[in-house]
Ligand binder design. Structure first.
Ligand SMILES: C[S@@+](CC[C@H](N)C(=O)[O-])C[C@H]1O[C@@H](n2cnc3c(N)ncnc32)[C@H](O)[C@@H]1O
Length: 293
C-alpha cells in the first residue's frame, strides 16, 4: 500500500473518537466491522479540509472549532435511502385515519399536524401529502401541516428542492406522478419537480431527534421509519417516551419494517398492527382510537 493510501486509512484511536462523537451527537452507532465503509464515507471530508490523515481529522472534528465539520461528518455517516410510498400499508392506515378522524377534525376547525421524523430526501413527506390531497384536494385551506425533519442538512436542502431524477420516482403510481409532479428534461434525463400543492402543506427543517424538539403542538401522526434502526436500545428507549409525549391521544406512530418498541406498555403505547403504535391513554392501557375502530 502506498504511503498516501495508508494515511487515508483510519487508525483505531481515530475510529473510536469518531464513533464516540457520532453516538453522542446523533445516536448513530458505528460498528467496528463497518470500518471500511466509514472510512470511505469520510475520505472526501479529509480532502475537503486538506487533511492528510484521520488522526488530524478526528482531532479537528472533536475540537471546539469542529462544530461545522460535525454536521458534515454526521451527514456523511447517515444512510439516507428512501422511496416514495415505502411500506405502502402505512399509507393505507394513514388514508383511513385521515378520512375518519383527521379530516372531520379539520372541517370542524381543528388543527392537524403530521411529522415525518427522519424524512431524508423528502419522499416520505411527499407521499403523505399525496395521500391527503387525494382525499381532500382543498386541504391546504385548512389548518394542516406536515413537518418533515432530518439531522442531515444536505438531505433537508434536497427535500426543499423536491426535484427527483426519474429513477427515484418509481414508487409513485403513474396517475399521481402525472398529477402532482412536473416533468422536465435535463440532458436527455427526466427530472420530476414536485408541485406547489404538495409543497404548500410541508415544512422541511433540520432537527436532531436526540436534541431538544422545538414544536409546541401535539402531533396527530408520526412517521419515524428506518431511523431508530441505527440507534442502540438505550437511545431508542429514550426516544419512545418523547414520541409518546408529543403524540395526541388519538395519534398513531409508524416505525420501519424492522423496528419495534420492545415493551410498548412500558412506554405508554399499544401495538396496533405491524410497526404501528397507538398511545394507551385509558387507565386500562387501551387506546380511544382502537375502541372507535
Ligand atoms: C434510511 S433514512 C429513512 C428515511 C425515511 N424515513 C424512510 O423510511 O424512507 C434514515 C434517516 O434518518 C436520519 N437520521 C439519523 N439519525 C438521526 C437523528 N439523530 N435525528 C434525526 N434524523 C436522523 C438520517 O439522516 C436519514 O436521512
Amino acid at each position: 500500500m502506498s504511503k498516501a493510501a495508508l494515511e487515508m486509512t483510519i487508525d483505531t484511536d481515530s475510529f473510536n473518537a469518531i464513533a464516540e462523537l457520532a453516538y453522542r451527537e446523533s445516536g448513530l452507532q458505528l460498528a467496528a466491522e463497518k470500518t471500511s465503509m466509514i472510512q470511505s464515507r469520510l475520505r472526501h471530508r479529509l480532502r475537503a479540509l486538506g487533511l492528510q490523515d484521520f488522526a488530524n481529522y478526528s482531532a479537528f472534528v472533536c475540537s471546539d472549532d469542529g462544530r461545522d465539520e460535525r454536521r458534515h461528518m454526521i451527514s456523511a455517516l447517515t444512510t439516507n435511502v428512501s422511496h416514495f410510498f415505502r411500506e405502502k400499508h402505512h399509507f393505507d392506515v394513514l388514508k383511513k385515519q385521515f378520512e375518519t378522524v383527521l379530516l372531520p377534525k379539520l372541517k370542524a376547525g381543528g388543527r392537524v399536524r403530521i411529522w415525518s421524523a427522519g424524512c431524508s430526501n423528502g419522499q416520505e413527506a411527499l407521499s403523505i401529502a399525496m395521500v391527503l390531497l387525494e382525499v381532500a384536494p382543498d386541504v391546504a385551506k385548512l389548518d394542516l401541516r406536515i413537518l418533515a425533519t432530518d439531522i442531515d442538512p444536505e438531505v433537508v436542502n434536497f427535500a426543499k428542492q423536491s426535484s427527483y431524477h426519474e429513477r427515484l420516482v418509481g414508487g409513485i403510481p403513474p396517475e399521481l406522478l402525472h398529477k402532482y409532479f412536473q416533468c422536465v428534461k435535463q440532458n436527455d434525463e427526466k427530472i420530476y419537480q414536485a408541485g406547489g400543492q404538495l409543497l404548500k402543506i410541508i415544512s422541511f427543517r433540520e432537527l436532531n431527534l436526540l436534541a431538544k424538539w422545538p414544536m409546541q403542538q401535539k402531533m396527530d401522526v408520526i412517521f419515524c421509519r428506518n431511523v431508530v434502526i441505527y440507534f442502540d436500545l438505550d437511545t431508542q428507549n429514550r426516544l419512545w417516551p418523547r414520541f409518546r409525549d408529543v403524540l395526541s391521544p388519538n395519534g398513531i406512530l409508524f416505525l420501519g419494517h424492522s423496528e419495534r418498541i420492545s415493551d410498548p406498555a412500558t412506554f405508554g403505547f399499544i401495538s396496533d398492527g405491524p410497526t404501528t403504535y397507538l398511545p394507551s391513554t385509558a387507565s386500562d392501557g387501551s387506546s380511544p382510537l382502537r375502541k372507535e375502530n
